[in-house]
Design a protein around this ligand. Structure first.
Ligand code: 16H
Length: 253
């Protein structure tokens, strides 16, 4: 029986999936829907292009709250030879994190809420001259089918939460974040038989959005400098990593 305690959604192959609800299900749903709505908003007004390298474009809006820099960030990229499912899987799965992350001292899973939703506790590398930061967030991976013909959209959302297993221990400061990676696979010159699709026929349109509050004062110029350098670096390193990892593997649609 399907009750209030279950969620019905469609999986990658359109079969029905019934999942038990957990204490954060409603939050996850709300934040996922917000990102899906926000992803198509354009960046022609109020956003500055702070970095461009080939297909990669990084935009930000300068925003301060009580003197703290909380600049929203939006990146677009197109990556050849990988699918949205592959990008999201490597971004979401714990086992690969330290292979591509260069801004962390540690990461651990402190709770599994359902097979697609974990709570992470991470310690970030200290950035001079600021105090060290940590973060505690739920991380959710999702596949959304748009239509029969189109490839589904894949996304991962990382959203700050509090957790009894991750108390804030000063002088460490807690980052507050709402981050999403949203990916759409495009099949170029599709062969007549879908079985014949090769990596050279696929590319992926990636959107990465980040709202990060440093959780305490950091000199504005230093923080903006770090962000301008580190987000493009992350995108480059992470996407190269996924290309490398998937090169000789069957395509994961
Ligand atoms: O999204 C990225 N990594 C995720 C997986 O590790 C975690 C991330 C996150 C971040 C903070 C809190 C919760 C979750 O989603 C890639 C992140 C790339 C980071 C670029 C560096 C950004 C520099 C600005 C951070 C401001 C705080 C630093 C204090 C001085």
């Amino acid at each position: 029986t399907i009750t209030d305690a279950t969620i019905v959604s469609t999986s990658n192959d359109d079969s029905l999936v019934i999942k038990d609800k957990h204490r954060l299900s409603d939050d996850v749903e709300r934040i996922v829907q917000e990102h899906l709505k926000y992803v198509s908003e354009d960046v022609s007004h109020g956003w500055d292009l702070i970095h461009q390298d080939g297909e990669m474009k990084v935009y930000r809006r300068e925003v301060e709250e009580n003197g703290i820099v909380v600049d929203p960030l939006k990146c677009f990229h197109t990556i050849k030879g990988v699918t949205g499912h592959e990008l999201c899987q490597y971004f979401w799965e714990f086992q690969y994190r330290m292979d591509w992350e260069t801004t962390l001292d540690s990461t651990k899973i402190i709770e599994v809420l359902d097979p697609d939703t974990m709570v992470f506790f991470q310690v970030h590398k200290r950035v001079w001259p600021a105090a060290q930061r940590d973060s505690c967030f739920w991380s959710h991976i999702r596949c959304i089918s748009n239509s029969e013909e189109d490839q589904p959209t894949w996304l991962v959302v990382n959203y700050t939460t509090s957790h009894p297993l991750a108390p804030i221990k000063s002088p460490q400061v807690r980052l507050v974040a709402n981050v999403a990676l949203i990916c759409e696979t495009i099949i170029c010159e599709p062969p007549l038989n879908p079985q014949d699709i090769k990596r050279e026929n696929i590319q992926c349109k990636l959107t990465y959005v980040a709202f990060v509050n440093p959780g305490g004062w950091v000199p504005s110029a230093a923080l903006r400098g770090v962000a301008k350098r580190e987000y493009p670096r992350f995108l480059k390193r992470f996407t190269s990593y996924v290309i490398e990892q998937t090169r000789n593997k069957p395509i994961l649609f």
